[in-house]
Design a protein around this ligand. Structure first.
Ligand code: NAD
Length: 267
């Protein structure tokens, strides 16, 4: 039985991961982490998420929460993730990191941490999006510079980072397949007299509205035709199930930084 602790336990994703972990015969919940001063500290997480007492108390003490865990599943905030990794770096525990919005330095810190223990780090844990990443690579290699590439993403009004981590991952996959440097070619907004589209730009546009769980469309625009591929998440459970799958997969891995393509055997 794999013991998991969830960081960001009172959040939208934390709630679903905890609820689904209760249905699993392979996993058990050993800890629930929230930031210091959170209103749920000291409460039973089962009661917090409305499934009744499960005997796991929400705590802000990372050492306490991780002491008994085989894997931490983290859907918190970039500063929360890095803070937790730093506090346990001398006694590293495998991490599944679903949090998005990290800076380059923070990603470098995650890389260093993962040299000591296996970690999965993926901006999107759904099976569908990860299959899509593979397909995007295939398409871009064939269409090359003859087709304009645009990414449009839409999420709920409460999402804090933009563009989504998934859109950025898609952009990285496309840039790599097209032999481009994303820093030089990404275009995040257009306004005013912008002139003609340059051949190598990769457009990445953001929509924020209502309760959209997560939608991504990649458009390859050629002369006389276009390809549009869309993924729509209709429930957060798709990400939560992916995170639990990643946690189970991690227990057999050696130290290193993995992504969902590794977990799903898509590489
Ligand atoms: P949310 O705001 O509902 O939940 C985040 C939770 O983390 C909150 O309860 C907050 O109190 C807690 N938190 C903040 N700082 C913390 C700290 N230092 N220690 C412990 N807990 C802390 O957000 P959400 O919708 O659940 O999303 C969380 C993150 O996961 C975001 O970065 C989001 O973009 C990302 N996300 C990733 C995927 C994926 O598949 N990888 C899917 C959905 C969301």
């Amino acid at each position: 039985m794999l013991k998991i602790a969830v960081s960001g336990s009172s959040g939208r994703m934390g709630n679903r991961i905890i609820a689904l972990s209760q249905e699993s015969e392979e996993l058990t919940l050993s800890g629930a982490l929230e930031h210091k001063g959170h209103g749920d500290e000291g409460k039973d997480i089962g009661e917090v998420i409305g499934i009744g007492k499960i005997g796991v108390i929400v705590s802000s003490d990372i050492q306490d929460v991780t002491a008994d865990a085989d894997v931490i599943i983290d859907f918190s905030s970039p500063s929360g993730t890095i803070h937790a990794l730093k506090l346990i770096s001398d006694k590293p525990v495998p991490f599944v990191i679903g949090t998005t919005g990290f800076s380059k330095d923070e990603i470098e810190y995650i890389r260093l941490y993962a040299q000591k223990t296996p970690c999965v780090f993926a901006p999107n844990m759904s099976v569908g999006v990860n299959i899509l990443l593979k397909v995007l690579d295939d398409i871009a290699r064939v269409t090359g510079d003859d087709y304009d590439v645009e990414i449009v993403e839409a999420h709920h009004r409460l999402k804090k980072d933009a563009p989504s981590g998934t859109a950025m991952k898609m952009a990285q996959v496309l840039a790599a397949a097209l032999g481009r440097n994303l820093d030089d070619t990404a275009v995040f907004e257009r306004h005013g007299l912008i002139g003609e589209r340059t051949k190598k730009e990769i457009g990445i546009q953001t929509i924020r509205a209502g309760d959209i769980v997560g939608e991504h469309t990649v458009l390859f625009g050629g002369l006389g035709e276009r390809i549009e591929i869309t993924h729509k998440a209709s429930s957060r459970d798709t990400f939560a199930r992916g995170a639990l799958r990643a946690a189970l997969w991690l227990r057999k891995q050696t130290p290193g930084l993995y992504d969902m393509q590794d977990v799903l055997g898509l590489k």
